[in-house]
Design a protein around this ligand. Structure first.
Ligand code: GTP
Ligand code: MN
Ligand code: MN
Length: 617
């Protein structure tokens, strides 16, 4: 039976947790009046609730329960083939002024967008349950943490939010105590009751409801998020990219901190000294892998703090402190295997939601790279029979796992420290077949900001678009910066001034350089520990470096290559800085910078000039 409430609801009409905060009650009522759900349920975040929702999703065909003996309490979701990645072309920054969104974002006039959203959201939840999901980004009540409330008509989103954030009663309590919160509205855009003329039609649900029309909208001034038409993680789990990056980047600009697309790791040297690194790589370029790295060099230990997002602010001692605002990992499955990321494999033992991977005949999951040879027969990510002869990937290239962070054996004991961990070094990287050396150290903070601002990377499957094409992805934030990218660079420059001597060292890395045969030369993964070791020896002032045009390079004897089968030719290629191709790159940078007009900080032009001088010299 489907009820459609005509009369306005009171908080007493909400099932689940009781809400008393008047602003929250008003907002829930307002969204319900617009979207007209059959029922309103306020989530408590309990294990029982998660159990109920996942059982319901299994019954609806959204989730397949995996074999409980092989992978306890785990599920597979198959999305619509059209709903598999972030939709950057439908992602909007709706600032009052177009210039405040900048040339790298899609902008829409807020009044116009509100009108459009009102239209698509009108009745969009008819026949469905509207879930109210209070959540905390960062440990509940922490000084750097923030509260949000997502309204969604997707139980898959609720279940995923329980893994990815601190969701439910504790977050709601913060609101009842007066904490600020960011409102975020999500609808898959597939009402179960629709009106055709005078006729009211009830339709059957589908396993993965979504809509061909999609909107991922952010209102930076009023700090609101509206997402319509997609169930995919990056578009629908609004605490993640929408809040923790796009909205939080604006909060950070206004309040003097940083919201970044960065992993955070703790690394302990053979002498017991502890360091923390943050690293920004574009989507599907190695953050989760580096965060879970198992060093191949003796005596070193890496522990995970976060794998995707860092919120960082200057501490009382003048250093930069970082927290992971998330509670789980939404990681890329393909390429994750025992030989590349054994830590992730261990984390995925139980209590996982997989999306768009393949199903084995005995009720477990598989994806390219999980094992060297695929099983004889699989059900692929679209639900079709698959054999090694099929000639198509069994798992979608952007298939993902969703798992709680503390299931990773590498999780650092201090990963939930409310004040964060002090950052010693920041790495910027990307997927570059040419030009960018394995590692180079920035000459200073300003040069580091220039390196971050000029990151290019070959495009991956994490967003729609042509895979492999080189594109600028400054600070790995191109899809995630909620304001003008040039202002963002200015904010970074200002942070450098605030931090002064306490600022982390900045490095550029590239694990993806290829030789003439197209082979990736650096073995990567655990071997990346060798590169981190050099960076930390630089932080400690233990080793000198070679000044090169794009930054300081290791002296050959300082990079630990013991036991590594790497020829001199390969090594030369890894550190080659070719002045001609870098000059061309500088020309492209100049063109790129021109897009930002007079918002471009003068320091960036100075840095480009200095790079050219070093290339000429
Ligand atoms: P998002 O979660 O989308 O932001 O991406 P991410 O930066 O966490 O990327 P992830 O660590 O999941 O890596 C994506 C792909 O890069 C996988 O296919 C990995 O196997 C591959 N990869 C990661 N690290 C390395 C490396 O050191 N060398 C090589 N060759 N490939 C790597
Ligand atoms: Mn990411
Ligand atoms: Mn990741």
């Amino acid at each position: 039976m489907v009820m459609t409430h005509a009369a306005p609801r009171t908080a007493a009409d909400f099932d689940g947790l009781r809400i008393t905060d008047p602003d929250l009650v008003d907002w829930v009522q307002e969204i319900a009046a617009l979207t007209r759900p059959a029922r309103i349920y306020v989530c408590d975040g309990s294990r029982e609730e998660y159990g109920r929702l996942t059982s319901q999703l299994v019954a609806a065909g959204t989730l397949v329960r995996l074999d409980d003996a092989k992978r306890p309490r785990s599920f597979l979701a198959r999305s619509e083939p059209s709903d598999v990645a972030r939709v950057e072309s439908r992602t909007f920054i709706c600032s009052e002024q177009e210039a405040d969104a900048g040339p790298t974002n899609n902008w829409a006039e807020p009044g116009v967008m509100r009108e459009e959203l009102r239209e698509v959201f009108a009745g969009s939840m008819r026949g469905r349950t509207m879930y109210v999901v209070p959540f905390s980004m960062g440990p509940v009540g922490g000084p750097i943490s923030r509260i949000g409330v997502e309204i969604t008509d997707s139980a898959y989103v609720v279940a995923s939010m329980r893994i990815m954030t601190r969701m439910g009663a504790a977050a709601l309590e913060r609101i009842e105590q007066g904490a600020d919160w960011v409102p975020a509205v999500h609808s898959v855009g597939h009402p179960l009751v629709v009106t055709h003329g005078n006729e009211v039609v009830t339709r059957r649900d589908v396993p993965w409801p979504c809509n061909d029309t999609k909107y991922i909208c952010h209102f930076p001034e009023t700090r609101e998020i509206w997402s319509y038409g997609s169930g995919y993680g990056g578009n629908a789990l609004l605490g993640k990219k929408c809040y923790a990056l796009r909205i939080a980047s604006v909060l950070g600009r206004d309040e003097g901190w940083l919201a970044e697309h960065m992993l955070i790791l703790k690394i302990t040297g053979p002498d017991g000294r502890v360091y923390h690194l943050a690293a920004a790589f574009p989507s599907a370029c190695g953050k989760t892998n580096l965060a879970m790295l198992r060093p191949t060099i003796p005596g070193w230990k890496v522990e995970t703090i976060g794998d995707d997002i860092a919120w960082m602010r200057p501490g009382p001692d003048g250093r930069l402190y970082a927290i992971n605002p998330e509670a789980g990992f939404f990681g890329v499955a393909p390429g994750t295997g025992e030989s590349t990321n054994p830590t992730a494999i261990a984390a995925l033992d139980h209590d996982v939601i997989f999306t768009n991977v393949a199903l084995t005949d005995d009720g477990d999951v598989w994806w390219e790279g999980l094992t060297d040879t695929p099983p004889e027969h699989l059900t692929d990510w679209q639900g079709n029979d698959w054999t090694p002869e099929s000639g198509t990937p069994a798992a979608h290239p952007n298939s993902r796992f969703t798992v709680r962070a503390d299931q990773a054996p590498s999780i650092a004991p201090e990963w939930e420290d409310r004040g964060g961990v002090p950052i010693d070094a920041i790495l910027f990287g990307g997927r570059r077949a040419t030009n960018v050396p394995l590692i180079a150290e920035a000459y200073d903070w300003e040069h580091g900001v220039f390196i971050g601002a000029t990151v290019s990377s070959e495009q991956t499957a994490a967003a729609e678009g042509a895979v492999g094409q080189l594109r600028r992805d400054p600070f790995a934030m191109l899809p995630f910066c909620g304001y003008n990218m040039a202002d963002y660079w200015a904010h970074w420059l200002e942070m450098g001034e605030t931090l002064g001597d306490g600022a982390p060292r900045i490095f550029q890395v590239n694990w993806f350089r290829r030789d003439g045969d197209g082979r990736i030369v650096w073995p990567g993964f655990g071997e990346n520990s060798r590169v981190l070791e050099w960076a930390l020896r630089r932080v400690n002032g233990e080793v000198a470096a070679v000044d090169a045009p794009t930054g300081r390079l290791p002296r050959p004897r300082d990079l630990n290559l013991d036991g590594l089968d790497l020829g001199q030719e390969d090594l030369d290629l890894l550190f080659e800085v070719d002045p001609d191709s870098w000059s061309s790159e500088a020309d492209l940078t100049e063109e790129y910078f021109a897009r930002f007009g007079d918002r471009l900080p003068a320091e960036m032009t100075d840095q480009l000039r200095a790079l050219r001088q070093r290339l000429a010299g």
